[in-house]
Write a protein that binds this ligand. Structure first.
Ligand code: HEM
Length: 407
């Protein structure tokens, strides 16, 4: 049909003009489709970072880099049953709101310990009951989610060889402890969200941040399964600043916003960082802090929580967060690994009661409000004072404390 139309003798009368317009339209549509198809099926070849020059990129236009994350060594003397969680105790005598980041050795990216099975069981139950409220990948982040899955497929079997094995012929990543096989690295059908697989591999929760043309990073994919105090559905699609201001993070606009945004823009695949924080929780639930209200309800927070009356209700909750930029997509991956311990257990550790007591009482009013100070102070502070006095007799005083407590 097209050819016979083109063969007609050319005379620019009204009919021919219309035909000419139609053919031009069809050809230009076809060529756009071809261009689109090519750009999707042949993504640009990654370049060395010097050539990619992402430091001069237009916001939202990352040039894929060919950087490869270093292969980690196996975790020394590790096994899933006996390796205890690392005892992060990041509280200082004086609390300050700062970004508080430090460089991360890339081989220490993901931590797995003898709580993995417990975390996994809880994650499985929650994924079954709450499903896609807990994880998801928006279309703009799909390549980044796949890139993250690919990185984990490279990392986990090297770091934890007694737990993970990757078969490059079949494309299956096997969990040798549970017998689970994750064989869907070709996820073209999109039946399984990469985030579902990722959360089943790790103790961590995960967020993927994508830079848009306004230069801000937006939460576009994640698996937030054991968050304690917030929900993925509360924050999905928000930029970094709104994620924090919507939760009234103290001093965000004055002390954090500018440096965090600059940090996200400038972060490179070859420099990854860590930060640790801590909270007090007044119930024993790792997944959702029931004392602040129901997970299914809006308008919950410390202001709706009852005052704690028993020291056995009080838990220490601390997150180890890592941040790294993925070389191909330029997405920022944020991992959140939670350590959760009854307070009555950690107070037996040398220097902990006094340092925690001083840290908590140094919180400014806005931090107190944000972290629920009034809901636990009456039961926790006298208890810590008592324990600090017991330790003083044993010589665990501030003067004797070294400054190298585990972050
Ligand atoms: C350099 C990076 C970051 C810094 C310095 C930072 C800092 C903070 C701080 C100070 C808080 C208050 C609680 C605490 O003491 O930790 C907070 C809360 C929070 N952050 Fe971040 N953050 C960073 C990255 C991110 C990213 C990438 C996400 C993406 C999901 C995120 C999500 C949250 C959420 C959901 C909260 C709780 C907010 C609420 O209470 O509603 N943060 N952050």
């Amino acid at each position: 049909m097209l050819l016979s139309l083109i063969d007609l003798p050319f005379k620019l009368d009204k009919d021919n003009f219309n035909i000419f317009i139609i053919i031009s339209f069809i050809l230009s549509t076809l060529s756009s489709l071809l261009w689109f198809y090519n750009s999707k099926s042949n993504p640009p070849k990654p370049l060395p970072s010097k050539l990619a020059q992402n430091n001069k990129r237009k916001p939202g236009h990352w040039i894929p880099e060919d950087y490869k994350f270093p292969k980690p060594q196996p975790y020394p003397n590790w096994n899933i049953y006996d390796s205890d969680p690392i005892a992060y105790r990041p509280f200082k005598h004086k609390y300050n709101v700062t970004m508080g980041i430090r460089n991360m050795n890339p081989e220490e990216w993901i931590e797995i310990d003898n709580k993995w099975l417990e975390f996994h069981e809880l994650k499985k139950q929650r994924l079954q009951t709450k499903g896609k409220d807990l994880y998801g990948t928006l279309p703009i982040a799909y390549d980044a989610s796949l890139e993250l899955l690919d990185e984990l497929k490279n990392y986990l079997p090297e770091r934890y060889p007694s737990m993970f094995k990757y078969n490059s012929t079949t494309g299956v990543l096997s969990n040798l402890i549970t017998g689970e096989d994750w064989g869907t690295f070709d996820l073209k059908t999109k039946e399984i969200d990469p985030m579902f697989i990722i959360t089943n591999l790790l103790q961590d929760d995960i967020a993927i941040m994508i830079e848009l043309e306004d230069g801000q990073y937006y939460l576009k994919a994640g698996a937030i399964v054991l968050p304690g105090f917030w929900r993925l559905t509360d924050k999905l699609n928000m930029p970094l600043s709104e994620i924090h201001t919507s939760g009234d993070v103290p001093k965000y606009n004055t002390h954090l916003k500018k440096s965090m945004e600059k940090f996200f823009t400038r972060l490179k695949p070859e420099t990854s960082v860590l930060r640790n924080n801590y909270f007090i929780q007044t119930d024993k639930h790792l997944d959702w802090s029931s004392s602040i209200g129901k997970e299914s309800e809006q308008g919950v927070g410390w202001y709706t929580a009852p005052v704690a009356t028993d020291i056995n209700q009080i838990y220490y909750r601390s997150e180890r967060q890592s941040l790294r930029k993925l070389p191909k997509t330029g997405a920022v991956v944020f991992t959140i690994r939670t350590y959760f311990i009854p307070i009555i257990e950690i107070v037996d550790e040398p220097y902990v009661p006094l340092r925690l007591l001083n840290g908590l009482t140094s919180w400014s009013n806005d931090v107190r409000e944000y972290k629920g100070f009034n809901k636990f102070k009456d039961v926790l502070l006298p208890y810590l004072e008592g324990k600090a006095k017991e330790q003083e007799v044993l010589g665990y005083t501030r003067e004797n404390e070294k400054d190298n407590f585990p972050l």
